[in-house]
Ligand binder design. Sequence first.
Ligand code: HEC
Ligand code: HEC
Ligand code: HEC
Ligand code: HEC
Ligand code: HEC
Ligand code: HEC
Ligand code: HEC
Ligand code: HEC
Length: 428
Amino acid sequence: MTNSEKRSSRISRYWIAGLVVVFILIGFGLVFISINQSVQSLTNATEPRDALATSNDDCVTCHRDETPGIVQQYSFSTMAAAEVSCRDCHEVQREYPMAVEHEGTFILSAPTSGMCAECHQQEVAEFNQSRHGLPAYIAVFGSKDLSVEHLALYESIPEGQYAPDKSRNAIAALEGPDMTKFTCEGCHNVGKPAADGSVGQCQKCHLRHQYSLEQARKPETCNACHIGPDHPQFEIYQESPHGIAYATMGDNWHWDAEAGTLSTEDFPAATCAICHMSGFGNQSTTHDVGDRLTWYLFAPVSTRRPNWEDNMNAMQGICIECHNENFISNFYIDADKATERVNIWVLKSQEIIKPLQEAGLLTAAPFDEPIDYTFFNLWHHWGRTAKFGTWMQGPDYAQWHGAYEVLHDLAELQEMVNEKLHEVGEGD
Ligand code: HEC
Ligand code: HEC
Ligand code: HEC
Ligand code: HEC
Ligand code: HEC
Ligand code: HEC
Ligand code: HEC
Ligand code: HEC
């Protein structure tokens, strides 16, 4: 090797050593950055950011003392993190319906869905087209006091006016307003019309002020209203395999996953929201809870809905993520038959009571004699429960709180009718 050759090989060795050192340093740097990021995401996951910590908006600073719970909850919401302020929901012009003067400005004590619509137009529009909107309110109070705008909105809902039996309005009237504020209204105000022309109380499902997706998605949220002898959807769910999966493994599901992106990785079994609302499989998120329903199950005698085929395909588009096609179509064939079986029983009850109606042997007043209750319970409690239990995998509700009670009431109704006919010397 010549001197110059030695020198150039030494130089290239320095170069190589230098490059190795640089690569090692870059490597350390990358490892450091990634560790740092995962530590950060860990701390983010366990300690969400208090988005209002440095806020000097006077709504925030004063309410941190006056109503600390509200500021605390809102400060950990994704909306606060996205810089949506108290004022965005509460502050209005002086002339806005229901505005009250407050600390040098005007606010709504309870922001309406009209305020949400500023930013969530689609959710509000879907909600307004659903039976959670005006139909829920009208179920109790009727439509006579609606404004012209609200009436037009009500009339535009394809499934809105399907209200075959309003005997429950009579119950509301019997109980009177002292009670209905705590009874019917507690659930049916979800669709209460507001003075600014908007409809509904989103806070029935989105508890303020955290607006947590986890909270809205959990079945307990629906449980506020979908329980009890006449619509025990929550109890049925609890005894279904889907509900068992939720109760035993739900802790590990991805409750906060971004809406519209949910898959079986996030939810390996179905919840109320997955089947009726969430974007899942080939279905997008909807606030129209009727969108995936085939039947009017709540009716005494069920008929199919206006767009039932599209709706059925939509619901089956959810099931197909976890069940195969034959399983689902067989399930629908069987559940259709059970629905029609209950229809036959309810029609029979109407036949049984007919002689009394024709002979004028029932009093004109609703719910003033035991037979009115038996006739009503038969379809309103037991007939519907049998159908709900069938469709949502609750065998005890389909059977012992459903079909069995229908048969029992049919026998009792027949006996009551015979007795009344006997009293006036008709029948045997
Ligand atoms: C200087 C203090 C202060 C400021 C500033 C302030 N508030 Fe209040 N706010 C109060 C107090 C006190 C109450 C009554 C609390 C109670 O009744 O317990 C109240 C009540 C409310 C209520 C309930 C009203 C009702 O009728 O039930 C709302 C909503 C509200 N504030 C929102 C806001 C918003 C939005 C802002 C900013 C535009 C704001 N506040 C600014 C002190 C303040
Ligand atoms: C996303 C919309 C939204 C935002 C943002 C919001 N609120 Fe509210 N707030 C509501 C709704 C809806 C209600 C009515 C809830 C009800 O009727 O149960 C309410 C009710 C209230 C009440 C009365 C509740 C009671 O129990 O007395 C106060 C006070 C209040 N908000 C303060 C605030 C403050 C302070 C902020 C900001 C830190 C804030 N809100 C941000 C929607 C919002
Ligand atoms: C000024 C605009 C604005 C208003 C008014 C508003 N929101 Fe929001 N909201 C947002 C934004 C922006 C987000 C997205 C936050 C994110 O995903 O990072 C959001 C997210 C949400 C979420 C999803 C939370 C999550 O974790 O993904 C719910 C639920 C919600 N809003 C409900 C409401 C309701 C109910 C009202 C009316 C009472 C309302 N919002 C009013 C802007 C608004
Ligand atoms: C615990 C909550 C709750 C209470 C309290 C309640 N309802 Fe309902 N109601 C519901 C639910 C949930 C449905 C929907 C059942 C379904 O679709 O399967 C419903 C359905 C109805 C329907 C049928 C739908 C329609 O538009 O024709 C009527 C009518 C009705 N309720 C009237 C009343 C009256 C009147 C009262 C008070 C006497 C009352 N409800 C009390 C939750 C409630
Ligand atoms: C019957 C209960 C219920 C009612 C009432 C309700 N929501 Fe929701 N909302 C949900 C559920 C459940 C989700 C989560 C859907 C999912 O799993 O992705 C949700 C999600 C949302 C989201 C985030 C989803 C998205 O697409 O970005 C917004 C925003 C929202 N709701 C706004 C509203 C507004 C505004 C109202 C009132 C008009 C309202 N919600 C009424 C149950 C409800
Ligand atoms: C505050 C009470 C309330 C809550 C909470 C509630 N609902 Fe309802 N829901 C009702 C009422 C009332 C009706 C019946 C309205 C009518 O038919 O007149 C109804 C009807 C329905 C229907 C039938 C709609 C139709 O077209 O016949 C479905 C499906 C439904 N709700 C699903 C849900 C789910 C899923 C949740 C939870 C994410 C939920 N609801 C939360 C009160 C509630
Ligand atoms: C596995 C999917 C699934 C789950 C989970 C589920 N449902 Fe359903 N739900 C259905 C199907 C399917 C029907 C019948 C649809 C039809 O009419 O074709 C139904 C019917 C209903 C109805 C009756 C609507 C009417 O016409 O009267 C209501 C209300 C309802 N579900 C609410 C709930 C609630 C609340 C929960 C949770 C406690 C829940 N569902 C859980 C699939 C589901
Ligand atoms: C996210 C996944 C998922 C979705 C979506 C889903 N299911 Fe299921 N389903 C399950 C799981 C898990 C089981 C439990 C299987 C077992 O018994 O081992 C189950 C069980 C069932 C059963 C068996 C009931 C029994 O008593 O053995 C029926 C029927 C059923 N599902 C119907 C439906 C229908 C109808 C739909 C759509 C409306 C649906 N499922 C949507 C996951 C799902």
